[in-house]
Design a protein around this ligand. Structure first.
Ligand SMILES: [Zn+2]
Length: 155
C-alpha cells in the first residue's frame, strides 16, 4: 500500500533510504540506466520528495517494522466486555501499529482491506494490526484479550 515519505537516511554504503510514515524503510537509489532517480542525490531533490508516496510491500505483508515503541495498552477484555468499536470496522491512525494479544479462547481477526484476510487467533496468539488498514475482531465463544499500541520510535 502507498505510504508517505517522512525522511531520508543513508545506509552504510551511502545509498539513500526513504523513511516511510508506516515505520518501514525503503532504498531509493539512483542507478542509471536501470533506476533513474537523479533527485535523490541532492538535498533539494530529497526535500521536494518529502510527503510524496511510495508503495510499501512490507505493509502488504504485514511485516512488523524494526523501530517501534509500545506506548499504550487497553484493559483486558472478554467476549462480553469487548468494546463495540473493536467488533466493527475501524483503523488505527498513521504510524500506529498494534498487537492483539489473545490470552484465552479464540477469535476471528478480519482484515478487510486492501486485501481481505481472515485469521483465527487461538490462545496464545498475536494478531498484527497495520496502520490505516481497516479491520475488526469477532470473539468466538469465551475469550480474553488486550490490544497493545506502538508508534514510531524517535531516533
Ligand atoms: Zn510499510
Amino acid at each position: 500500500m502507498l505510504r508517505t515519505i517522512i525522511d531520508f537516511r543513508q545506509d552504510g554504503q551511502g545509498d539513500w533510504v526513504a523513511v516511510l510514515d508506516c515505520g518501514h524503510r525503503q532504498h531509493v537509489r539512483h542507478r542509471p540506466p536501470f533506476i533513474a532517480r537523479p533527485w535523490v542525490e541532492d538535498a533539494a531533490g530529497r526535500e521536494a520528495h518529502l510527503g510524496t508516496r511510495l508503495d510499501c510491500p512490507l505493509c502488504d505483508r504485514m511485516e512488523w517494522p524494526d523501530a517501534l515503541a509500545a506506548y499504550a495498552r487497553t484493559p483486558e477484555f472478554d467476549q462480553d466486555t469487548v468494546p463495540r468499536g473493536l467488533v466493527s470496522s475501524h483503523t488505527t491512525k498513521t504510524g500506529v501499529w498494534a498487537r492483539i494479544h489473545v490470552l484465552e479462547g479464540r477469535m476471528l481477526y478480519h482484515v478487510e482491506a486492501p486485501v481481505d484476510r481472515r485469521m483465527r487467533l487461538e490462545a496464545p496468539a498475536t494478531g498484527i494490526v497495520v496502520p490505516e488498514v481497516s479491520h475488526h475482531v469477532e470473539p468466538q465463544g469465551p475469550v480474553r484479550f488486550f490490544v497493545e499500541f506502538f508508534g514510531l520510535a524517535r531516533d
